[in-house]
Design a protein around this ligand. Sequence first.
Ligand SMILES: C[S@@+](CC[C@H](N)C(=O)[O-])C[C@H]1O[C@@H](n2cnc3c(N)ncnc32)[C@H](O)[C@@H]1O
Length: 213
Amino acid sequence: MSRKLTLPDAPKPMPDRRMSAPSALRNAWPILEVLEAHAPQTGRVLEIAAGTGEHAVRFAKAMRGLDWQPTDVDPERLASIDAWRIAEGPANLFTPIALDATQPGWAATHGPVEMILLVNLLHLISSPEAEAVLSGIAAALAPGGVAFVYGPFLRDGQATSQGDASFHASLQAQDPEIGYKDVAWVKARLAPLSVSILERPANNLMLIARAPV
Ligand SMILES: C[S@@+](CC[C@H](N)C(=O)[O-])C[C@H]1O[C@@H](n2cnc3c(N)ncnc32)[C@H](O)[C@@H]1O
C-alpha cells in the first residue's frame, strides 16, 4: 500500500522525470560507508523503496560488481529512477520494477538475492505492513546474504531527540497506524537473520542483517 504523506523533505521534481530528495543526498555517504565495508563484492541487490533513484545511481556506480535492481511502489518514483538510470546509470543498474513490499509473498517472486537495501520506509507504514516487509526480507535473502535496513527508530520506546519526537508525532497525526518503530521490535522481526546495529548521523541507525549460510 502507498500513502500520500506530507513529509518535510519531500522530493522536488527536476526539468525531466528525475526527482531529487534532500535527505537522499544527505544520507548517501553515511549509508555508502557501511555498504562498502559490509556488502558482498558480487551478486544481486534488491533495493526496496528506492525513491528518487539517487541512491541507486550512486551506490551502483560505487559497487560495480553488484547487479543493482531498484524497486518502488510509486509510478512517479519508478519513472524518476529510470530517468536517473538513463542519464547517469552504470551498466550494473537495472531498469526499475514495481514492488509493494508490504504485500505478503513478494520474496518468492523477487528472491533469492545476495543483498537487500531498505532506506527510510519503516516509519512511513503500519506495524503489520512493516512485519510483511521484514519477514519478506528474511525470506528473500540467499544463504549468507545480507540486508541493510536504515532509518530513524525508537529505542526502548523513546525517540532520541526532540526533532525525532516531533516527526514521529506528525506522522501519527496523519495516520495513527504509522510512525517510528522500535529497533528491538524490528530486530526481532528479522529473525532468523543475525542482526548488528550501527549508529549513523542524525540519530539514524543501520541494521545489518545476515542470513545463515
Ligand atoms: C522516504 S522515501 C525513501 C526513498 C529512498 N529509499 C531514499 O531514502 O531516498 C519512501 C519511499 O517508500 C516508497 N514506498 C511507500 N510504500 C511502499 C511499499 N508498500 N512498498 C515499496 N515502496 C514503498 C515510496 O514510494 C517512497 O519512494
